[in-house]
Design a protein around this ligand. Structure first.
Ligand SMILES: [Zn+2]
Length: 319
C-alpha cells in the first residue's frame, strides 16, 4: 500500500517535470526573428500605447518575436521583454498568436473589463478618455474613433448612455456614470475634518495628489505638521509635475486638490512654495502645505480662508 502510493507520486512528479520542460521549450520553439523597420520604435511594457516605455529601438535592431496579440508583437530585446507595434517590425518566420488566456487578458485591458478611469469631462484628453470610449463602444453607444479626445461625439455618447440609464444627462463622465459603465468608480470625495484626524494620513505616508483644475497627478510623502499636513514631492519627477501645475514658478497660491490615500479621496488645498525642512532628494527645497477642513496655518494658528475655499472647491471634484 505504502509502496504503491510512493510509486504513484513519483510518476506524477515525472509527468509534472515533463510538462514544465515542454512549457520552457515552447516559447523558444515559437520565436521568430524581427527587424525594426522604422527610424525609432518604442518597446513598451504592455500592448498599449499608454504603457510605460522600456527602451527605444533603432532601425535595423533585431528582436526575438515571441507572439502576437492584436496589433502588437510580444518581443524580447536584450534584457527586456515587452511589446512593439507590429507594423514597424519585419518578421522572418511565423509568429504564434498568444494563448487564449493572454488574448482574453489583452482584450480585457482594452475594454470595459478594466478598472474604471478617473472622472472626465468634455475637453479632456488621454488614456482615461480612451477607456471611456472603449466602454461606450462596448455598450453600443459610441461608433467614433478611440482617440482619447473627449469631443462632441464622446459627449453625445455619454449623454445617450446617461439617458438610457436614468442618469443626469450632463455629458460628463462622473461617478454615477462610471459606476454604471464599469461597475465601479473611484471613491467619493470626502471631507477630512483635520483636528481629531491628524493621523488618518500618518507621518511618512505616501499619497497621490490630483490637482483639480489641471487633472495632473503626482506622488507626495507626508513629512510632518500638526496644524495641517506638511508634504514633500516623492521624487524629482513629482517636483516637476507640481511645478507644471503652478505654471512653471513656485507660488503660495492655494489650489484645490484631491488627496488619495488608503482607498479614500479627500478634498484639500495646497500651496506651491518650497519652504522649511526638506528630507527627500527631490529637487524641492523644503516642503509644501496641504490643508483640510478646519486645519490651521503654522505661524498665525488661524484657519486660512483661502485654503478653506479651495477645500470647498475640491469637494465638487471627483477623482
Ligand atoms: Zn505647512
Amino acid at each position: 500500500m505504502k509502496h504503491t502510493a510512493r510509486h504513484g507520486s513519483l510518476r506524477r512528479l515525472t509527468a509534472g517535470a515533463l510538462a514544465a520542460a515542454v512549457l520552457l521549450l515552447a516559447p523558444l520553439a515559437l520565436a521568430a526573428e524581427g527587424t525594426v523597420n522604422t527610424k525609432s520604435l518604442v518597446l513598451r511594457k504592455e500592448a498599449d500605447k499608454d504603457s510605460r516605455a522600456l527602451q527605444t529601438l533603432d532601425k535595423g535592431d533585431r528582436l526575438n518575436v515571441l507572439s502576437e496579440t492584436g496589433s502588437w508583437y510580444k518581443v524580447s530585446y536584450g534584457r527586456y521583454t515587452g511589446y512593439v507595434m507590429k507594423k514597424y517590425v519585419k518578421v522572418s518566420g511565423s509568429v504564434e498568436k498568444e494563448e487564449k488566456q493572454e488574448d482574453k487578458k489583452a482584450a480585457d485591458s482594452s475594454s470595459a473589463g478594466e478598472n474604471a478611469p478617473s472622472a472626465c469631462r468634455p475637453g479632456d484628453k488621454g488614456s482615461d478618455v480612451r477607456k471611456l470610449q472603449r466602454a461606450l463602444k462596448a455598450a453600443g453607444m459610441y461608433s467614433g474613433k478611440i482617440d482619447g479626445v473627449y469631443g462632441k461625439g464622446t459627449t453625445a455618447a455619454v449623454k445617450a448612455y446617461q439617458k438610457k440609464h436614468g442618469l443626469t444627462q450632463d455629458g460628463v463622465a462622473g461617478r454615477a456614470t462610471l459606476k454604471a459603465l464599469f461597475g465601479e468608480a473611484a471613491p467619493e470625495t470626502e471631507k477630512l475634518a483635520w483636528f481629531g484626524s491628524e493621523d488618518v494620513i500618518p507621518k511618512g505616508a505616501t499619497v497621490t495628489i490630483k490637482d483639480c483644475r489641471t487633472g495632473k497627478t503626482f506622488t507626495a510623502v507626508r513629512w510632518s505638521g500638526s496644524n495641517h499636513m506638511d508634504t514633500e514631492p516623492a521624487s524629482r519627477a513629482d517636483t516637476a509635475t507640481l511645478k507644471e501645475i503652478y505654471g512653471g514658478s513656485w507660488s503660495w497660491r492655494r489650489r484645490p486638490i484631491l488627496v488619495k490615500y488608503n482607498g479614500h479621496v479627500y478634498a484639500a488645498s495646497m500651496n506651491g512654495m518650497p519652504h522649511g525642512t526638506s528630507t527627500i532628494d527631490n529637487g524641492f527645497d523644503g516642503h509644501f502645505c496641504i490643508h483640510f477642513t478646519g486645519s490651521k496655518t503654522h505661524g498665525t494658528d488661524r484657519v486660512d480662508e483661502d485654503h478653506q475655499s479651495a477645500v470647498a472647491a475640491a469637494m465638487k471634484y471627483e477623482w
